[in-house]
Each structure stands twice: as structure tokens, then as C-alpha cells.
Ligand binder design. Sequence first.
Ligand code: AMP
Length: 573
Amino acid sequence: MTDVSDSPEPVDAPDGSDAQVGFADLGLRPALVDALGGLGYEEPTPIQREAIPVLLTGRDLLGGAATGTGKTAAFSLPILEKLPTAGGPVELVALVLVPTRELAVQVSEAIYKYGRPLGAQVMPVYGGQPIGRQMAALNRGMHVVVATPGRALDHLERGTLSLDSLQVVVLDEADEMLDMGFADDIEAILGATPPNRQTVLFSATLPPRIASIAKRHLTDPVRVQIDRATSSDEAPLVTQRAYVVTRNHKAAALGRILDVESPEAAIVFCRTRHEVDELTETLNGRGYRAEALHGGMDQTQRDRVMNRLRSGSADLIVATDVAARGLDIDQLTHVVNYDVPASVDAYVHRIGRVGRAGREGVAITLAEPRERRQLQNVEHRTGQSIRQEKVPTVADLRARQMERTIQTLQDRLPDDELDRFRVVVETLTDDHDLIDVALAAIKLIHETSVSVEDDEEIPEVAARKEKGGPGKGPGGGSRPDRPGGAPARGPSPGKTGLYVGLGRSSGLRPGDLVGAIANETSLSGGDIGNIRITERFAIVEVPDEAVDEVIGALGQTTIRGRRAQVRRDRDQQ
Ligand code: AMP
């Protein structure tokens, strides 16, 4: 195996602004290219441009890329290229290992979507789901299995998953898998794969322990590291803000944010044409004059849209990166990223459209909880902070709307023409109180500026405690798939759950934990809260203030004759 440090320098991705490389240029077969077009993908993301050609040659790959960069398609499309033509026996081509059950489902859905025209058989396999059902499906035959390490090992040990025909193994979000204590399981699984398989490792961060796995299991890998940002001096001076929202609430959140911001002219970037079309419709329904701009439009159509924005007959343009290439609009006050862009360069390039020539500009990014890491990446690499804010509440919006009504009236008060309406007021005050007349008039004005009722509260996504600063934190919102699939629960009040990396399979019993804690720390048995023990790990609750003491003490001792990994339980942070 080749030392990663001897490998060629990481390939720098192009800046995403001018390259005109399509999926077909990467060497993918037409059926796959068509499937991607059908999903509204207009061009490969930087990680896809770099990784796909490498993987198609059969080389191993070590990729530095977080969620949101398009890495799933980057490793999935080359796997799909290896699928045999339909009709033959279904044999396992690839095993993708992922840290969480959510990711297992998400990745297998993506591979299924991309590979539909090829009849790809794909299945997620994770703890917590009945194993019998998984066994039956595996027995029928799958081309790709996307699994969490614990459950994959379980199937290997039972003989219900055979890796004999395996051509590719992918370790996705490898740093997360290691953080979750899956190192031994991964070693065991890799040990069971054919030696000539292709190995792909993706990780948001590339610390030494990832390099060490790569050194042992990857053969002469090509390193692909995206997100080398353009120098930070080139980044424009723009107020940068981000809102973390779940996918379901994104459109409503954007509407609310725009209502509060009231941009003069804005461009909203989406990843796909479909997203552009859907969002344009939603924003129009909310009273905005929004125009779609995507790569499928010819130059005349694009010019027409641009002119509407320039002349003020449109407020918003909703666009893909491809469509917005080369656009230069002086009036732009806001750039909105409907998703975290696929690379830092794309981010820098997009927000560079505002804040030019000393003008003020605002860049707003909506991030799903899982995309937080990519957002941190952007901050880290641009060296600029992106303030995370709460989506305005209904009350915030109402307050803003009132302010605007006051402003509208204030602007009118010095108006010389007001006098001709005096007769209206005088007539009305014959029968009504002057204040009531004013209130009715204000209500009328207010209602014309508030085009839709918006009274749905958008749930706040709790901030996650991150370890070790930007780029080092856990991937965000998803719940770890613990081997054994134990349910997560909140800790008791005043207590913090600690994860202990030993379980029933090591003979662990509650008394062992109580004994170890009581012997090694200042706590007594009565201070310890609930204890849950599953096959491979345990959760023990300790008083909040004793967390560091217990982690430190248990780290120095053995339980049941073994050293165990002890840390805060991620599910409860
Ligand atoms: P990932 O980083 O793999 O989790 O992908 C992030 C998101 O980007 C997913 O919603 C994908 O569907 C989307 N995506 C991936 N590749 C492309 C592309 N080339 N163009 C547009 N969207 C993409």
C-alpha cells in the first residue's frame, strides 16, 4: 500500500465559474447522463468533475469533501458504470459504508435514482431495522448495499452478506464513522473484501487517523480535495448570514426571511432546474415577482428575464449556477443560497455578485442541519464569519410589516397633494371618530402591502455543540446508528448521558459501570442516573457537573478487564 503522503498533490478543483464540463465529458454512459438531466442537474459539481474520471479508471481515491458538495453522485456514478447489462444475475458490485441510518437511506435513494435506467438494485442496511427482512432482501441479490458498519458486520458474520463479487468499497464520511467508534468494524469489513477491489474514502476532514486507514487500505490513491477557496482578499465585503432549517420548512423559511429583508433585487441560487421551477412558483404565490433562470433557456429568454429585474418589473431571480454565469446586475442587493453551495469557490463566486464597488450587499444561506459542516468549511476557508441566525418568527414578521407601514405613511406626510383628500376625512368624521378613520385607512394600506397570511411558526433547529472548532464538528442533525439500534432518549434533568464503548457482548452489566464510577471518582452509586446497556455499548447518566471527571477517570481505568472509549453521548447533546 502506498503512503498517502507520497501521493500526488491534491487536485485543485476549478473555481466552478467558467468550466463548461458536462456529465457526458466525464465518460459516463448516455443512460446515466440522461438520468441526471432528468433530475435537473445541469453540470457536475467540482468534486464530481475531479473524482468521476479518476474512479472510472479504477484508481483508489481519497477525497476531502463534506455533505452538500455532491460527493454521493461522485462515487455512485462510477459504481453504476460497473453494473452489468440488465438480465444477468444480480451480484454485489459495491458496498458503501456510512455512519448513520439516515445517511444509509439517503445514499441508497440517490443511487437508486441515478441508476434507475440501468435497473440498479440498491438497498440500505442499518441497525434498528428487523434483520430478517434485510436477510431476505440480500438473499434476492443486490448490486449496491449501503450499510452502517455495525449491521454490515453482523450480516457478514451471519453469512447473509457475501463480498466475493465485490468490486468497489466506499467509506463515506469516514471521520464520522471513526468518531462513532466504528474503527474496528470497518477494519473487519475491509479485511473481508477481495484484495483487488477499488477503495474510495470520503471524509470532511483528513486528520492523521484517516491517513492511517488510507495508508493501510487504499492502493496508490489519487487525492481529491475540493474547496480550496479563492484567496480571501478577493472575497467581497458582504454581510453573510445563515439559517439552519429542515428541508420541509425551507420554502416557508425563505419566504419569511425575504419578507423581513425586503430586498430591492435579489438572486436566489438553487442546485437543480426542478428546484428553480418549484421555488419560483412558491415565491410567486407569496406575492413576489420572481423569474426563473436556468440553463435550459435560450439567450433571448434569459435576456428578457434579466431586463425585467433591471427595470424593476421583477424582484427576484431564481437561478442555477449555470444560468447565472456571466450575469452582472448592478442593482442586486441580496444573494440567497437556497442550499449550501457545492464548493467554497461556488459560494465565493455567488456572493461576489453583491457588495461590489463599495455598495452594501447581503448574502443569505439556508442550510439543512446535515450541511452545517459544509457551512463551517466555507467560513474556515474564506476566513470570514457567517452569522447563524434564527428564522424570523411570525411576531418578528408582523413587527417588520408594521414598521414598513409606518415608514410608508411617514414618507407620504410631507406630500403637497394630500389636501385634496381632506374632503374625504371631513365627510367621514361627520359620523366617525377621527382616530377610527385613520385606523381604517392604515389598515387598508397595510393589507395591500401584506399579500399573504403567514402564521405558521417555523421550528427552530437546535444548535449543536461542535467539538474542536470549524470543520471538526460532527456532521449535524442525524442520529447515529448505534450497533444494536438502541433508541435514543433525552437525559434525566441535571444529568448527562455518557457513551461507553462496551456492551453486553463484552459481558458488561450495570454493576460494572456503577462500581467503576464509584471507585474511580468522587461520585457514589446514588449519583448515577439511568443506565442502558445494548449489545455493543452502554449509556450511563452522570451529574452534569461530573462529566469531565467521569470521562477522565474511566479513560484511565479498565472495565471488565478492557479499556473502553468514554465520551458524551452524541444523541443527547
Ligand atoms: P451530497 O453532497 O452528495 O449530499 O449532495 C448534496 C445535494 O446536491 C443533493 O441534494 C444532490 O441531489 C445535489 N446534487 C448533487 N450533484 C448535483 C449536481 N451536479 N447538480 C445539482 N445538484 C446536485
